[in-house]
Design a protein around this ligand. Structure first.
Ligand code: IPD
Length: 278
């Protein structure tokens, strides 16, 4: 059945990639969705549901359409049908599907398929991480001043979010790190840490479907994931550091500040409060 998902994704996403798309806005002028995102998610969920009718789903576009986001102990599929929708709209060639499967709130396996590159990253808890069948290993780098760091600007455009994000990049560059990169898809960005091609990744404001699969891929490649405040990784917190070593992860946690954003599993009727913090 993985072959079926892969085939559908290649067939639908790649054929739409070169075409003009009708773009709709979600939470901000930079938070986009297309008919292809919605279509791919529907096909995936209905194919999985046919086989596993009891399982639950957290899908980016289902949540955008008003479905409640809840991660319980039940077997749950966490799906981003197109991670990198802005890239997809512009034909910038990094777009991925991200599928994670969690039981008791713990990810058991994760798949990130970067379809234009034809790169399939996957990991199973305790079974290692792989790229197109080859084992993945994080770099093991411990010295922040030798790190290539990946991050994302995200879709937030309010002053506090923008100034926090730009000053985070400023402080990292001043450490100095070797460089800061952004591919436009959180899932693929994070997998770069698993390959050793990047030494660290951090992000504030993404959602659980962007990073659930790639967090396991990084861990299974020998990397470390944590919250940007240095606490245990929580896929609902909308803050993540993935790194080659604990030393690098902790150093990034000291430097990076977060702007307030509502947890994925928080009641949307509650208001945001608080100032920037790490
Ligand atoms: C987005 C991408 C982007 C990140 C945003 C995400 P989407 O996911 O991962 O790189 O900066 O925070 O929301 O909307 O393309 O699935």
């Amino acid at each position: 059945s993985w072959f079926l998902f892969w085939f559908l994704y290649e067939f639908i996403v790649l054929s739409a990639f070169q075409q003009q798309k009708e773009v709709m806005l979600k939470s901000s002028p930079a938070d986009l969705v297309t008919e292809t995102d919605q279509r791919v998610e529907k096909i995936l969920i209905s194919a999985i549901r046919d086989k596993y009718p009891q399982h639950k789903f957290i899908g980016e576009e289902s949540v955008a359409a008003g479905e409640r986001l809840e991660l319980s102990d039940s077997p749950t599929w966490i799906i981003d049908p197109i991670d990198g929708t802005v890239n997809f709209v512009h034909r910038f060639p990094f777009v991925a599907i991200s599928i994670a499967f969690a039981v008791n709130k713990q990810t058991e396996f994760g798949i990130v398929y970067s379809c234009v590159e034809d790169k399939l990253y996957c990991a199973q808890r305790g079974g290692g991480a792989f790229l197109n069948g080859e084992p993945l290993h994080a770099s093991g780098q411990e010295d922040i001043s030798r790190c290539l760091v990946v991050t994302e600007i995200g879709a937030e455009r309010d002053d506090l979010a923008l100034s926090t994000m730009t000053s985070n990049i400023f402080r990292l560059l001043k450490l100095p790190v070797h460089g800061v990169r952004a591919l436009g898809t959180a899932a693929v960005d994070m997998c770069q840490v698993a390959t050793g091609g990047a030494d660290a990744y951090y992000h504030i404001g993404m959602h659980c479907w962007d990073i659930a699969a790639s967090a396991l891929i990084v861990q299974e490649a020998g990397g470390v994931v944590m919250d940007t405040d240095g606490s245990q990784f929580d896929m609902m917190s909308r803050k993540v550091i993935a790194a080659s070593s604990s030393a690098v992860a902790n150093r990034i946690a000291q430097v990076v500040q977060a702007f307030p954003c509502r947890r994925d599993d928080e009641d949307p009727s509650k208001s945001l409060c608080g100032a920037a913090s790490n």
